[in-house]
Design a protein around this ligand. Structure first.
Ligand code: NAD
Length: 500
């Protein structure tokens, strides 16, 4: 039951708020205080069905609307979002805990995908060939799929949905968003702004919920495609179940992103970059650097000392407070999980250089300080698992090749970065590293909206990455039309078509 004194975050179905029929609710915390600040309705099958039917009913008109009309809605949405960006960022900070600056950055990255989607007329253009045979012409078109669902993680409650729906909608699809139940409120502001921008009722819906809502979406016969972003075990489940039910699926999973630091790298620059990539947003970014691999003992010692110095100086506190550099993690369980990995690493023989468990912040917020764990080996659980918190493991390699082999042996392949002054080594790394997004002296190589975002190996199930050109391909399907317009009556030809 919802505790009556707390506000309830509901669904958005058929162009308006919807409180749902399930009678189940989850707690939404303020991670900076540890208090439950809201409750969120958890959808059941009937709630999901209502959203899907509204989406299906709205699809023919929206999918058939002119590109000019779809453009107009996207441009209006872009303006509204731009005007309300700070408000959206504040909502993100209050439920996720990240700093306001970080939340503003997240909104900005989402906005860039909206701007990309404003150019959809160009992006959906097909190709044409005249006279492929006598008086025969061919043209290709891209058409929307129908009803698409997006299932998103807690760590970017505004940006990850905006990796998906601006392009899906601009391509002419209806879209149902199932946000994380940890920070559900951003999705409702996005829904309101889309409605205000003139998006017809039913084209965009939000169903709040947990795995019950997800499982209903996965098997619903009226859903054509699913975009998922979250942890690897769930991504695999989504991909297998969704494809088994005939849906097109892209499922982005977890990560263990490595930085390879060569002896010729500028250690101060590398340490700044790696510390910010490891501890920014309390390490809860899928592109966070969570493993640093140094080539040679000297590099390892210098890098470890430089990063430890930065970790100790990091200002940890509520994300909304001025001067905070790192906020809390999302839940008390997440905090305890990070602490348990520090403990396990120490037990397995690693060196805990900076111990985040020693941090103390007043109150009951879900705070844990940054941890730097040195002398880590690839067998240790702190290396093998995605910890998803402010914890950096440091490993050593004897050579560039040994470092690269270590990175390529990891089952994840989201991002990877190299720090070096050697262009030849950087080029070799770029070419041979098995990761979808690669940085050269750039710690978090997140592609801009007009490129596509996605990893390799256990970091992505499916073929197409999100946003950019691949996003347009994912949310559309191709059709090639061949036309013949004889100028005069001809006899029937029963032969197989040839190019003659
Ligand atoms: P999560 O996998 O727990 O949840 C993601 C979504 O799946 C949520 O909407 C959640 O409600 C739903 N879900 C959770 N358990 C489910 C189950 N058993 N059955 C069906 N649905 C379920 O992930 P999270 O903790 O919200 O987010 C953190 C994870 O997301 C990390 O692993 C991180 O690396 C990953 N992530 C990856 C990317 C990327 O681009 N590859 C981006 C952001 C986050």
């Amino acid at each position: 039951m919802a505790a009556s004194e707390l506000p309830v975050v509901g669904h958005w179905i058929g162009g308006k708020p919807d409180s749902g029929t399930a009678g189940r609710f989850g707690d939404v915390f303020d991670p900076a205080t540890g208090a439950v600040q809201r409750q969120v309705a958890l959808a059941n099958e009937a709630d999901v069905d209502r959203a899907v039917l509204a989406a299906r009913a709205a699809f023919p008109a929206w999918g058939g609307a002119s590109l000019a009309k779809r453009h107009a809605v996207m441009f209006a949405f872009r303006e509204l979002l731009f005007a309300r960006a700070d408000e959206l960022a504040a909502i993100v900070t209050s439920e996720h805990g990240k700093t306001l600056d970080d939340a503003r950055g997240e909104v900005q990255r989402g906005l860039e995908v909206v701007e990309f989607a404003c150019g959809i007329a160009h992006l959906m253009k097909g190709e044409a060939s005249e006279q492929i045979s006598t008086r025969v012409d061919s043209a290709s078109y891209r058409q929307p799929l129908g009803v698409v669902a997006g299932i998103t993680p807690f760590n970017f409650p505004a940006m990850v949905p905006m990796w998906m729906f601006p392009i899906a909608l601009a391509c002419g699809n209806s879209f149902i968003l199932k946000p994380s139940d940890r920070d559900p409120s951003a999705s409702l502001l996005l829904a309101e702004l889309l409605a205000e921008a003139g998006l017809p009722e039913g084209v965009f819906s939000v169903v709040q919920g947990d795995k019950d809502a997800v499982n209903a979406l996965l098997v619903h016969p009226e859903i054509d495609a699913i975009s998922f972003v979250g942890s690897t075990p769930i991504a695999r489940h989504i991909y297998e179940t969704g494809t088994a039910h005939g849906k097109r699926v892209q499922a982005l999973g977890g990560a263990k992103n490595h930085a390879l630091v060569l002896p010729d790298a500028n250690i101060e620059v590398a340490a700044d970059a790696i510390a910010s990539a490891a501890f920014g947003s309390a390490g809860q970014r899928c592109m966070a650097i969570s493993a640093a691999v140094s080539v040679g003992e000297e590099t390892a010692a210098a890098l470890s000392a430089a990063i430890a110095e930065r970790a100790r100086a990091l200002k940890v506190g509520p994300g909304s407070a001025d001067g905070t550099e790192m906020g809390p993690v999302i839940t008390s369980q997440a905090r305890d999980r990070v602490a348990s990995y520090v403990e396990a690493a120490a037990g397995e023989g690693a060196e805990v250089v900076v111990d985040g468990r020693e941090l103390s912040v007043d109150g009951e917020g879900f705070f844990i300080g940054p941890s730097v764990i040195d002398s880590v080996t690839t067998e240790m659980s702190v290396y093998r698992d995605e910890v998803f918190g402010p914890l950096l493991v440091m490993l050593k390699a004897d050579s560039f090749d040994a470092g690269l082999d270590l990175i390529n042996a990891n089952p994840y392949g989201n991002g990877a970065a190299i720090f070096t002054a050697d262009g030849g080594a950087a080029r070799e790394f770029r070419s041979r590293v098995q990761a979808g997004m690669v940085g050269v002296n750039v710690p978090i190589p997140v592609p801009m909206a007009y490129f596509s975002f996605g990893g390799w190996k256990d970091s992505l199930f499916g073929d197409l990455h999100v946003h950019g050109r691949e996003g347009v391909l994912f949310y559309t399907r191709g059709k090639v039309v061949t036309e013949r317009w004889p100028q005069r009556a001809q006899g029937v030809d029963y032969g197989f078509p040839t190019q003659s």
